[in-house]
Design a protein around this ligand. Structure first.
Ligand SMILES: O=P(O)(O)OC[C@H]1O[C@](O)(CO)[C@@H](O)[C@@H]1O
Length: 254
């Protein structure tokens, strides 16, 4: 595991964007796994800027998003489909037919999970997966105590996640209770993974992910077993990490 600690949220996004841009530059038909939430917004902004300034080409890139709320149609401004269009896709030259998110309107979520997994496989698997992290150390919407073996599936959101995400809704009562999410196994099968975090409220989750016990109680801790993970955290989110961590290569970017 590599750990990059930056002194700002913007620099966290810049470091992450550099890795994504490098991946796309070296392999133009890369398959990217993408995340929503507040965390990756600065990364998307930077990637859009790189696309606009030096023409980083997304025309052959395929993307798979981690998750979607159940019951949310793509044109709902609170859906993750909408978020991705607004924050990233409509600003770059990606082809609509190469963009995939789980269908939160599917009637049969088991079949939808299988369809999504087959689509990922048919595109050759995910080259680079981008992750945020929940305050309870969830990745995607894999809440604590879900089994590490899961692939794309329906999940029930924890109360803590509902409260955290209620900032995007008028009230907590409006936050959907269920989502469809790539599973831990789907995420672990990606060739490369980057995990981003910012803010003091993520510090405990980051500590668990980087140097806590590997346990389904802290889903992100499984990343310690992945062969190629870069954790990029702004310094507030790194506040609970010890200065030296066995097996972790730490870089500070001022
Ligand atoms: O970046 P935020 O808004 O704190 O969200 C944390 C994580 O929770 C999710 O919203 C749930 O999947 C992720 O998309 C995100 O990485």
């Amino acid at each position: 595991m590599r750990l990059i600690v930056t002194d700002s949220y913007e620099k966290m996004g810049m470091e992450a964007a550099n890795i994504v841009a490098g991946q796309v530059y070296l392999k133009p038909n890369s398959v990217l796994g993408l995340a929503t939430g507040s965390t990756p917004v600065s990364m998307y902004q930077r990637l859009v800027a790189v696309h606009q300034s030096v023409g980083l080409d997304f025309s052959e890139v395929t993307t798979f998003n981690l998750d979607e709320y159940i019951g949310m149609s793509p044109d709902n401004p609170q859906s993750y489909h909408y978020f991705m269009q607004e924050n990233f896709f409509r600003h770059i030259n990606i082809r609509p037919e190469n963009v995939f998110l789980p269908n939160g309107m599917a009637e049969d979520m088991v079949a939808e999970g299988e369809r999504y997994e087959q689509l990922i496989e048919s595109r050759g698997g995910i080259d680079l997966q981008v992750l945020g992290i929940g305050q309870n150390a969830h990745i995607g919407f894999n809440e604590p105590d879900l089994k590490f073996a899961a692939t794309t599936h329906k999940v029930e959101l924890d109360e803590e996640t509902i409260q955290a995400n209620s900032r995007f809704f008028k009230s907590a009562a409006e936050v959907p209770r269920y989502a469809i999410s790539m599973g831990i196994k789907t995420i672990m099968m990606a060739e490369h993974v980057i995990l981003l975090a910012n803010g003091r409220n993520k510090a405990e989750a980051v500590r668990k992910a980087v140097c806590g016990d590997v346990t389904p109680e802290a889903p992100a801790s499984i990343l310690q077993l992945h062969r190629d993970v870069v954790v990029i955290v702004e310094r507030e989110a790194a506040a609970l990490l010890p200065p030296i961590i066995r097996g972790v290569n730490i870089t500070y970017k001022e």
